[in-house]
Design a protein around this ligand. Structure first.
Ligand SMILES: [Zn+2]
Length: 208
């Protein structure tokens, strides 16, 4: 297994990078966020450790689901008008074409999101109507929009594939593409269409 040791630039605590794609690491001891760059570690911002609201998912946890082996690398917390939303960065084993994804937990329902494609043409968030079909990226089959939300990055912890920038605005457009769950995430520098795979609770095996 991949493993690289770093020292937290703030408290000196030992940090482990356990996935080659990780670009940011949050110190579990002091809350310092640092950027990882070719063996180098650099402070990018402090944040108090995220408060846990009783999530069933934890960093470093392994979850088996059918043929998939999931390992939790980190957590990204988004802030919305009515509260927080966590997305867990996941290393996936056993899936053709995808090695990483994001796991969402919503009232005991789990959905694993994997990247379908990056969208380059503009999407005007304001013009997207919930309850209507929209072509979103233009050249796809129309997507039935089920909800849309505007949020802000609140913080992160553990290992993440990018530097977390608290306050950055993110727009989410969720929908159905011929029965498949999809979510378009619009960030400052990219738009990514994700496909959601519902994980049935009774087929998930949590391992410590
Ligand atoms: Zn530290």
């Amino acid at each position: 297994m991949f493993k690289a040791e770093y020292q937290c630039p703030s408290c000196g605590g030992t940090l482990w990078k356990t996935d080659p794609t990780s670009r940011m690491i949050g110190c579990p001891y002091c809350g310092q966020n640092s950027l990882l760059n070719a063996g180098d570690i650099q402070k990018i911002g402090y944040q108090a450790p995220l408060v846990d609201y009783g999530s069933l998912i934890k960093i470093n946890q392994r979850i088996k689901f059918q043929k998939l082996d999931l390992r939790v690398l980190g957590r990204l917390r988004m802030e919305f008008e009515d509260g927080f939303w966590d997305e867990w960065y996941i290393e996936i084993s056993g899936m053709k074409d995808h090695t990483h994804g994001w796991l969402q937990e919503d009232d005991g329902t789990f959905t694993l999101f994997i990247e379908k494609k990056k969208i380059t043409r503009p999407v005007v968030y304001k013009q997207i109507k919930v309850g209507k079909h929209s072509d979103l990226g233009g050249n796809w089959t129309p997507i039935f929009v089920t909800s849309k939300n505007k949020g802000k990055v609140f913080g992160g912890e553990g290992e993440l594939p990018f530097a977390v920038e608290p306050g950055e605005e993110v727009f989410f457009i969720d929908g159905l593409d011929q029965g498949d769950l999809v979510s378009l995430e619009i960030m400052e520098d990219e738009k990514v269409l994700m496909k959601g795979i519902p994980l049935k609770w009774d087929e998930m095996v949590f391992q410590s």
